[in-house]
Every structure is written in structure tokens, then in C-alpha cells.
Design a protein around this ligand. Sequence first.
Ligand SMILES: Cc1ncc(COP(=O)(O)O)c(C=O)c1O
Length: 381
Amino acid sequence: MIPLAIPNLAGNERQYLNECIDTTFVSTVGPFVTRFESQISEASGYAHTVATSAGTTGLHAALVAVGVTPGDLVITPGLSFIATANAVAHAHAQPWLVDINEHSWTLDPEALARALKEKTTPGKDGLPVHRPTGKRVSAIVPVYTLGMPADMDAIAAIAREYRLPIVADAAAGLGARYKDRPLGDMGADLTMFSFNGNKTVTAGGGGAISGNDRKLVNLVRHLTTTARVGADYDHDRVGFNYRMTNLQAAVGCAQMELLDRFVEKKRAISRFYDESFKDLPATRPFPSPEFAHSACWFSGFVLESGDSASLRQALRAQGVAARPFWKPLNHQVPFADAPRDALRVCENIWNRIVTLPCSTGITDDELATVVAAVRREVLGK
Ligand SMILES: Cc1ncc(COP(=O)(O)O)c(C=O)c1O
């Protein structure tokens, strides 16, 4: 089976892991953690970064840091990996699901503005209150779907109007640009990255939170390190043990050295599939809005008509790991009752997406096999 997206450990991973073992720095303190944080700051254009045990845990800590409190609502797009909503729930808040834009599959600024205008009134502390539930809205979490930034200028303007902080879920976004600006200049107060095994660069597992406000990033660091004060056993609040280990960071450092090359490869895979399928009836490429240069985490196509599930199954039978993409969050048991607006685009798109093998180590022969299988199946139907 040609896999969907597997790690490409082509650099100094083994050497750096050996250094961890030789020096006994295998746990949460060690030089690779600090180096990894600097690499992420540099690659994202943010001033400060804290590495975390996972993207989900980083997002949880970031939400708490920007002021999300129990009982609040946090606006998220209706289409995301469940971890976005889980992090909100870990903060004892609830996601408020808003539709995505069909040209980017990211949070739609118009739907966001409409939802806030029609459904909220200003609360005592200046933050909006969601009239149907009486809950305070305390943050917006745009998701950079497939490594595609959301339309952040428009979203940031709305966030400013309602005094809402933005925590971006850029789990697969490293390498992306928006209006030719880097991730650190897109208007999010904090941005989360994931280094899970299926991401363009991996640390085996792990995450990071980046920001430009030193105090805010330090607060995230404090929360992720048991809210410890000083060198003894003093803690000033209920914190979390969300630190990244030096072992994870060692792999992460080696991978970050390859980031530019890997993102280029991801974009080349995506261009290759788009080009190879452009004459295929009933298919269209993944979105590519003017405002963003996606990091192209996943590649594939949209099946305009026909049964995408049986197409994916037929491709898998031919040794091509074709997969579906995320389900809208309201389709997930824990979030079935989350407040939501009309999710027309989410509902219309999710079940027509076919993701295709796009590991950075994929060979030309494998790419040709994938294309031939897709063409055979789509044309044969
Ligand atoms: C959009 C999105 N959010 C959050 C996560 C969670 O990150 P992690 O697996 O590092 O916790 C992922 C991927 O895993 C993701 O794709």
C-alpha cells in the first residue's frame, strides 16, 4: 500500500537521539527543546515559542492563557480535526461552530461577522455574550485547513471589533504564507503547531505555541510546566504537565532542518495531482485562494458527483491509501449539541474529499501509480 503520509527521517534524527542518550538528557529539560523552539520561531516569523507535549495540549494551554474560562464559548470552524474542539472542551468551554468558506475551507469571515452580529450582545466585561445560550464568547480559533491560512486580515478585524483574542490552529501550517506574510504576521495572538507523525515535519509527537507577546507566551510556558514558581515545589495555580521531552525535540530539530525542502515537496505533489487530474470529469482540485500560499499538508481532490467512499475503497484495493477527510465537528458525538450556525459549506464538502498519498518521501513511480489508479477509477465509473 502506498501510504497517505508517513514520516521522512532523512536527516540528523538518529545522531541527535544518540546525543540525548549519551548525555542522559532524555526528559523535559535539554538543549534540543530550546533549539527546537528557536527553529520554530525562526520558521514562523514569531518572536517566541514554547514546545509542548502535543498540539492539542498546547492549544488547551493557549486557550487558558488568553482568558478562556469554564462555561465560555470559543468560535471554531465547523470543519476541523476533533482535537480543535477537544482543546476547547479541555478548557471547560464549548465550541461555537461557524461555517467555512468554500474557496479556502477555512473559517468564513462573513459567516463569523454575521454570527457575532446576529447572535451576540456586548457583555459586562466587553466580550460578546451569545444570546441563545447566555454564554460569554472568549476567543476565536481559526484553523489553517490542510496548511492553508484562513483569511486572517478579515478575521483579525472582526476579532478587534469584538475584543476577542485569536488562537490559530495551524497544526499543519508551518511553511504557509498569507498575502506574502509569515505565520507570525497574520494577526493571531498565539498560533499552535503540531508535530504528530503525519505532519510535514514530526517530532514523533508534540506541539508548539508561538506568539509575539513575551508575557503571553511565558504564561503558556508557565501553564505547561505545572505553574511552578522558582526552583522548589511552589505552584501558583493549577497547571499542566504539557512539556515536550528532549527526545521529541531531538527528532523535531532534525526535521526542522528539512522544513523548507519538505514544504517544497508537498507543494510539488499537490501541483502534480492538480495537473494530472485537470481533465478528469467530476473532479476538482483542493482550494487555492488568492490570499494564501498553502503549506499543502495533504493533497487530493474533490469528487463533484458519484460515491467518494466507494472510490476510496477501490483505490485502496489497488494499493493506494486514499482516505476521507475530517467530518464536521457537529457529526462527532461529544460536539453534536454544540451551538452552531448554518454549516452549509461544511456539510456540502466534507464527504466529497479524497486525500491521496503525499509523504515527502514519495517516489515518482509511486506518484505515477496513484495517478493511474485514480484516472482508471474515475474514468471507469
Ligand atoms: C487541525 C488540527 N488540530 C489539532 C491537531 C492535534 O495535534 P496533536 O495531534 O499534535 O495533538 C491536529 C493533528 O493532529 C490537527 O490536524
